[in-house]
Design a protein around this ligand. Structure first.
Ligand SMILES: O=P(O)(O)OC[C@H]1O[C@H](OP(=O)(O)OP(=O)(O)O)[C@H](O)[C@@H]1O
Ligand SMILES: O=C(O)c1cc(=O)[nH]c(=O)[nH]1
Length: 185
């Protein structure tokens, strides 16, 4: 990914995703700011640049990487964008989605895109935002229960609130495309 593209992606995150307001986070913590990752990952240029950034970051994991996915909903557009860029680059890599609960009818499954990532596939978990790392760990555990080998986690933004330390303590390789400090200081 070019430096100019990385800079453009950072500007999109700053302009569209960063909000200063009182919020309750997934972990139950309170915060006075929030990254609405989907504002960036669903933006046309944002989606393309996210796909390029995550595809490039996959090089930091030992080959072969055979799939990319994560916990719905934040991971969905990221996994799709990464798969699309991988196809454009001639190295096609399937995306998958992990549900927060199993589908209540039909297939009843936890993992969507199953046929493209059979048991034994080596996969990377993607996230839009990591705070504590708890949501990513849920995805990791479910992926393992589905027979996947998890190589690590990539997030678009690391809020630098304990997630990196949590992954280190769990021997889980972790890559942040941006830290909160890089985006907003
Ligand atoms: O590192 P953590 O402390 O777990 O927090 C980060 C998680 O919170 C957000 O998801 P959210 O639960 O808001 O769900 P959504 O993607 O369905 O909107 C975000 O997409 C991460 O998955
Ligand atoms: O911790 C969270 O739940 C969280 C923080 C944030 O900035 N953005 C988000 O989508 N989730």
């Amino acid at each position: 990914m070019l430096t100019a593209e990385r800079d453009e992606l950072m500007r999109i995150i700053r302009q569209l995703s960063y909000e200063q307001r009182e919020v309750t986070l997934a972990s139950g913590r309170k915060s006075d700011f929030y990254f609405d990752g989907k504002q960036t990952t669903l933006h046309p240029r944002g989606a393309l640049l996210v796909g390029k950034a995550f595809y490039a970051a996959l090089r930091q994991f030992p080959a072969p990487v055979q799939g990319v996915g994560g916990l719905t909903l934040g991971a969905d557009p990221i996994a799709t964008a990464t798969a699309l860029v991988s196809a454009l680059e001639g190295q096609p890599l399937p995306a998958f989605i992990i549900r927060k609960e199993p589908k209540g009818h039909g297939t009843g499954q936890w993992l969507e895109g199953r046929k493209n990532v059979p048991p034994g596939s080596r996969v990377v978990i993607v996230e839009d935002v990591v705070t504590t790392g708890g949501s990513s760990m849920k995805a990791i555990e479910r992926a393992r229960e589905e027979g996947l080998e998890v190589l690590g986690v990539i997030t678009l933004v690391d809020r630098q609130e304990g997630g990196a330390e949590f992954f280190a303590a769990n021997d889980m390789p972790f890559v942040a495309i941006f830290t909160k400090a890089e985006v907003v200081g």
